[in-house]
Design a protein around this ligand. Structure first.
Ligand SMILES: Cc1cc2c(cc1C)N(C[C@H](O)[C@H](O)[C@H](O)COP(=O)(O)O)c1[nH]c(=O)[nH]c(=O)c1N2
Length: 226
């Protein structure tokens, strides 16, 4: 058997490059309120989509599409869908948390210059996809990898991204005219930012705190401390 793939030598990044990668990871934030109105230059937006498109995907399925939403009419419908779902969401929290929940801004749909829905086409690649034979949801996981690639690239570009998931699926599908085999994985608000929260806003607002990583690591079997 011949190996027709070509390999290139690799080593670790320079310290500066490596630090930049970790800086993007640790200083990336979910953005809801800091969007500036400035448009995003096409070359920057192209790089963000390129980053998303270079994500790993099961069987190299590349199940994503990028729905770029700029039309104010569509945005208005999306915002109304969010508002309805967010009222339903608030009602699900206990009385003690509801006031704080309602006080936290959870989207920047109308303020962000670009809204982007990253979808997953569950039929792409046909009925049998390498790596997906025993776990059908791996196409959804692949799409989430694309979202994260974009989110980190955006941090490096000084662009803020906010993920909005408080929607009834049916609303999003109807507004965006999605076919049945396409899943709206992530609805993202994207725009320039001058500032980012130093820590997750939900932590700063007292909603949740970052878990100690040592409490999350098990050895060999579930629950077994290393
Ligand atoms: C799948 C998914 C869905 C959502 C989110 C994230 C992810 C991964 N997040 C953002 C989330 O609140 C945020 O990532 C955490 O609070 C951690 O903060 P940083 O991302 O580090 O700023 C989010 N934020 C928000 O304001 N409205 C939302 O509907 C959602 N939905």
């Amino acid at each position: 058997m011949t190996d027709e793939t070509s390999l290139v030598p690799v080593g670790p990044f320079s310290n500066a490059d490596r630090d930049a990668v970790y800086r993007a990871i640790t200083t990336r934030r979910d953005v809801r309120s800091q969007f500036l109105p400035d448009p995003i230059a096409p070359d920057i937006f192209d790089r963000l989509l390129m980053a998303a498109h270079h994500a790993p995907s099961v069987g190299f399925m590349q199940p994503w599409n990028f729905l770029v939403i700029t039309d104010p009419g569509v945005r208005g419908q999306i915002k109304a869908a969010f508002t309805g779902a967010n009222e339903e969401a608030a009602a699900q929290f206990p009385d003690a948390r509801r006031a704080l929940y309602s006080d936290i801004k959870l989207e920047g749909i109308t303020e962000a210059p670009i809204n982007l829905c990253i979808t997953c086409d569950r039929d792409r690649g046909g009925p049998v996809v390498l790596g997906r034979t025993h776990n059908r949801d791996t196409d959804l996981y692949s799409t989430v990898c694309a979202v994260q690639n974009l989110w980190l690239a955006a941090r490096a570009e000084g662009i803020g991204v906010g993920w909005v998931s408080i929607f009834n699926d049916a609303d999003l599908r109807a507004i965006l005219k999605l076919p049945d085999h396409v899943v709206p994985v992530a609805y993202l608000c994207i725009g320039h930012v001058a500032e980012l929260h130093a820590e997750p806003e939900l932590q700063a607002r007292g909603w949740a705190t970052r878990t100690d990583i040592n409490d999350l690591i098990f050895a060999d079997t579930w629950g077994n401390a290393p």
